[in-house]
Ligand binder design. Structure first.
Ligand SMILES: [Mg+2]
Length: 311
């Protein structure tokens, strides 16, 4: 089975509920409470799917499991309030494994002063699974940033650099820091119409944002911020580095849409980084609901199919 097929079946199956302004299909769900709103997320990190115990230390796996979940908090521009951790532990592992995974979870959560408040453990005959659930809240007066608010004419922007995340044993996919602070800073300075974190690669993730917003996009291939790791990978496998930037996945960078009028705040001068992180305008939101990739000569190419699907 394919994860995406199940997810689209699911979003069409679960009915709307008056207490759930944002349900299945965004980076986090938004649930109405008496006093306001809570944001919720749950994320699995599975041995041999998202991580590999033969290559990664249990501690690093704990770090990644938490950071994957916190990256979705960044995607909504919310503040993580607490985490719960569920461990499915292999019967043949020792207690050190569990302790080390948890120590990694704690270290990653501590970076954002986010308490771990509970969870569950089970022992079974299968491989390690670390499941992390996050509770988040928005700063007062600020709405959650969903995938669904992009408007025709908006500029599309990504943080950091894309591609090559899986290249090294200790690659970016193990060592990234979720863009929580950047998201908060952006939300305080500009009107973020739509935002998501890039987990499966721009090729797969941008169509999700466009579908949620019922818009299309034109992306300038030569503008893509290509990571040095993607360049090295391209030199090795002779595929264009830009293709790696589109397809590799696990970038955990932010993709967002803002009005043109907010661009001077993001790009006050050439080379300036007012938010302390490289930001790159990669394209423009279009009314027509399809995605187009432009080359250096402004020739249009169909959007590349695929991206990174965890198997
Ligand atoms: Mg996400």
């Amino acid at each position: 089975m394919r994860e995406n097929d199940f997810l689209s079946w699911l979003s069409g199956t679960v009915p709307a509920h008056p207490a759930v302004p944002v349900g299945i299909g965004d980076d986090m769900a938004v649930v109405r409470l008496g006093a306001g709103e809570a944001l919720l997320k749950i994320d699995q990190c599975m041995d041999r799917v998202h991580v590999d115990l033969r290559k990664h230390t249990p501690r690093d796996i704990g770090v990644k499991a938490v950071n994957r979940c916190l990256s979705d908090c960044a995607a909504m521009a919310c503040r993580p309030v607490s985490l719960m951790i569920s461990l499915a532990l292999p019967r043949d592992g020792d207690e050190t494994l569990a302790r080390e995974v948890f120590a990694g979870c704690q270290a990653a959560a501590a970076v954002f002063n986010c308490p771990i408040v509970g969870g569950d453990t089970g022992i079974w005959d299968q491989r390690l699974v670390v499941t992390v659930a996050a509770l988040g809240e928005m700063p007062k007066g600020r709405p959650p940033v969903c995938r669904s608010g992009a408007r025709p004419g908006d500029a599309l922007i990504v943080s950091g650099e894309l591609g090559g995340s899986l290249l090294w044993r200790q690659g970016h996919h193990m060592t990234f820091v979720p863009r929580i602070e950047l998201a908060q800073a952006l939300a305080s300075k500009v009107a973020l119409h739509a935002m998501m974190d890039l987990s499966d690669g721009l090729a797969m993730d941008l169509p999700r944002l466009c579908a949620a917003s019922k818009v299309g996009a034109m992306v300038a291939g030569p503008q893509l911020p290509i990571s040095p790791a993607a360049e090295r990978l391209a030199a090795r496998d002779h595929l264009p580095a830009g293709l790696h930037a589109l397809m590799d996945g696990e970038d955990y960078e932010l993709l967002f849409a803002v009005a043109e009028s907010d661009l001077p705040t993001l790009f006050p001068a050439p080379g300036a980084e007012p938010f302390g992180v490289r930001l790159t305008r990669i394209g423009t939101v279009s009314e027509e609901q399809n995605l187009v990739l432009l080359d250096a000569n402004d020739q249009q190419h169909p959007w590349p199919q695929g991206g990174y699907e965890h198997q």
